[in-house]
Design a protein around this ligand. Structure first.
Ligand code: ZN
Length: 160
């Protein structure tokens, strides 16, 4: 069966950046299960996997616009340390949630200068070209329930 919209797909993958560093890998873990055509994974990877079958291996480089987008400098905020009530130990790399008009937003502390904390609202992989090595493990049709929920059930999925 070839991968198409409404396929449940399991893959093993390794993700590297331009420098060849491994950013993420499923090696040593369960494969990643996703529902094809439902934006469970980045669009560039869905495109590359369309029409592939179990046993296929692909290597693909995905530009930011088909991955996590370009970096937006305006998404970096500067706030005073006072605003971190109840957090004594603020460190670069920490993730912080804020509740704003557009709901919950996730920031990463990117820099600390004295009492000024820089909060970066970009996805950590924004602006990066992503290099994936992927091997397709299994492909099966989604169930009605999976399609209604927009994600995979059963092994590797939601509602274990
Ligand atoms: Zn569900």
């Amino acid at each position: 069966m070839k991968i198409a919209n409404k396929s449940v797909v399991s893959i093993h993958y390794t993700l590297k950046n331009d420098e060849g560093q491994i950013l993420d890998t499923s090696e040593g873990r369960e494969p990643l299960f996703y529902l094809h055509g439902y934006q469970n994974i980045i669009s560039g990877l869905e495109e590359a996997l369309t029409d592939k079958s179990a046993g296929d291996q692909i290597s693909v480089s995905i530009p930011p616009e088909k991955a996590y987008g370009e970096r937006i400098e305006e998404a970096v905020l500067q706030v005073n340390r006072d605003q971190f009530e109840g957090i004594d130990d603020i460190q670069v790399g920490m993730e912080v949630q804020t509740q704003g008009e557009q709901g919950i937003q996730l920031f990463t502390v990117s820099k600390i200068m004295g009492d000024t904390i820089f909060l970066d609202g970009n996805h950590p992989l924004a602006g990066e070209t992503l290099h994936f090595d992927v091997s397709v493990q299994e492909v099966r049709p989604a169930t009605e329930e999976e399609l209604a929920h927009g994600h995979v059930h059963g092994p590797g999925g939601h509602h274990h």
